[in-house]
Design a protein around this ligand. Structure first.
Ligand code: F6P
Length: 518
């Protein structure tokens, strides 16, 4: 965030009296709906309900230029180092570029394995055909595949193979899983880039011991109930996964950008090879748009600039994601990880502590459910926050009803209703963005997800931060390990904990409580 004179102009624009007044903005420019919309083959973006005018948008484009955004985009696509802390490139866009060698290698490995499973050359360790799938993984090794599978297989009813997810370590969830699945027909897939995530390995061990306890469980060549997807194939091998049941991917694929890689294999199994290929087609279309469209017509760039505008110049600290379609109900969680893990940073690329805000608090849920939960606060609470309303154009009466509801909410938030004595008045003037998918299919979904990925990358360029690492999550993991050690051994060896946490450990762990009484 260099360029003080541009910041001054942006701050001035944000402070101008009309900019936070939607009524005034429309009075000044009644053609806003024509001017403030962008379109790609599958997406239609309406920005006209935002606290934005030509001047502020123009300044934001200047900001992008002053951060050498175009050069940064080329660095991403040309395999230059963009992840400076880990000295790495970011490989996710190569996986959807049909002219790149990584694209074919990725698809060939996945499709060959899918064919061998489909043709029953590979059976479960009970000698049965694979009819169910359990994905053991968390974070990026869970959210993307789950979102895409739900979206493309009508929430799994059209799934070629039912896919279940074991993400957190929870007895109740694992027990529920085992009540649901048919273990003899199930392929369990350990999905972990690092093959070191504690939750994933604990779940894998729990499942493996259940498998071993079953009669008829006999792993042998061509028969395995376990497979692994990882960037550390040697660790999967050490774990005992047979070589031909390991799908590897490159270390330069970030976890939250990984659904296009082998991590997306459950998508292939659930939605089929064609759907997965089309997902890549859609993402590639968005990649080309991101690289080629001039900044003013560039969808991810514009979305990113708007988010920066609200975060840094309007000081709004939240961001709402509201899909009005159950097929996209996991989008808010996926976007939350993408945005917050990527841009929740306090150091710039040079390692200095920054003095400006970055990631907003991203939250959201299915829009219609949210209307009956937290929309009251949008309408009559005093805060405003940027909201993405996401709809899928679909002419079935129920889907149309959902879309009307979505449009009504955007209108109600903007227009408000005159105060009256019943306290039913709403102030209005609340901004929102409407993003329409022109249809729900793999191509459109690929475009949408790649659009958000590029939005996040653009934000990181403007904020001069690395969006491909996540060092902040390590502290909690280390402490959890030490607490477990303390509880098991009673030794406070390396543990430097505050009295509040120590007393809570005593509450949750009876073992420690007893030993402290000795
Ligand atoms: O702890 C955060 C994180 O590292 C995410 O970045 C990642 O998506 C998730 O854990 C799972 O990691 P892995 O795929 O290595 O198990």
């Amino acid at each position: 965030m260099q360029n003080p004179s541009l910041h001054k102009l942006l701050n001035q624009a944000a402070a101008s009296p009309h900019i936070k007044n939607l009524q005034q903005l429309w009075a000044n420019n009644p053609q806003r709906h024509q001017q403030f919309h962008l379109e790609t083959e599958s997406l239609y973006l309406d920005l006209s309900k935002n606290w934005l005018d030509n001047n502020s948008l123009d300044l934001l484009h200047q900001l992008a230029e002053s951060c050498q955004l175009q050069e940064a985009i080329e660095k991403l696509f040309n395999g230059k180092q963009v992840n400076h802390t880990e000295q790495s490139t970011a490989g996710h866009t190569a996986l959807r570029d049909p002219h790149h060698s990584d694209y074919q290698a990725n698809l060939t490995a996945m499709f060959n394995l899918a064919d061998r499973i489909d043709s029953q050359h590979i059976k479960t360790a009970f000698g049965k055909p694979v009819k169910q799938w359990v994905n053991i993984g968390i974070g990026g090794s869970y959210l993307g595949p789950r979102l895409v599978i739900e979206a493309l297989t009508e929430l799994q009813s059209e799934s070629r193979i039912p896919v279940y997810f074991a993400a957190s370590v929870d007895d109740s969830l694992i027990n529920q899983l085992f009540r649901t699945i048919d273990i003899e027909h199930c392929l369990f897939c350990i999905s972990s880039k690092s093959f070191g995530t504690v939750e994933t390995l604990m779940n894998a061990r729990a499942i493996e011991s259940k498998l071993r306890a079953c009669s008829g469980y006999q792993p042998q060549a061509g028969q395995s109930s376990l497979m692994a997807i990882t960037a550390k194939p040697e660790k999967a091998r050490q774990h005992g996964i047979p070589d031909d049941m390991i799908l590897a991917f490159d270390d330069n694929i970030g976890g939250r950008f990984s659904l296009w890689s082998a991590i997306g294999f459950p998508i292939v199994m659930a939605a089929g090879k064609k759907a997965f290929k089309n997902l890549l087609v859609g993402a590639y279309k968005m990649d080309c748009h991101f690289r080629q469209a001039p900044l003013p017509g560039n969808l991810p760039v514009t979305m990113a600039l708007l988010a920066v505008w609200y975060r840094n110049y309007m000081q709004l600290s939240a961001y709402g994601c509201l899909p009005y379609d159950a097929r996209l109900r996991c989008l808010p969680q996926w976007l939350q990880q993408l945005m917050m893990e990527s841009t929740g940073k306090m150091h710039n690329n040079a390692g200095q502590i920054i003095d400006y805000a970055t990631a907003p608090w991203v939250f959201g849920d299915h829009g219609q459910l949210s209307q009956h939960a937290f929309f009251q606060a949008f309408h009559q609470g005093l805060d405003a926050l940027p909201l993405d309303f996401i709809g899928v154009i679909d002419d079935s009466p129920n889907q149309q009803f959902l879309l009307y509801n979505m449009l009504a909410q955007g209108a109600a938030l903007m227009q408000g209703r005159e105060e009256d004595s019943s306290m039913a008045g709403c102030p209005g003037n609340k901004p929102s963005t409407t993003l329409l998918m022109k249809r729900m299919d793999a191509v459109a979904l690929g475009e949408l997800l790649a659009m958000y990925e590029h939005m996040v990358y653009t934000q990181s360029v403007i904020w001069d931060i690395n969006c491909f690492d996540q060092p902040g999550v390590e502290l909690g993991k280390t402490l959890a390990k030490q607490i477990q050690e303390y509880v098991t051994t009673g030794s406070l060896n390396q543990l430097h904990l505050d009295p509040s946490t120590l007393s809570l450990i005593n509450q949750v762990s009876p073992k420690i409580k007893e030993s402290n009484h000795d």
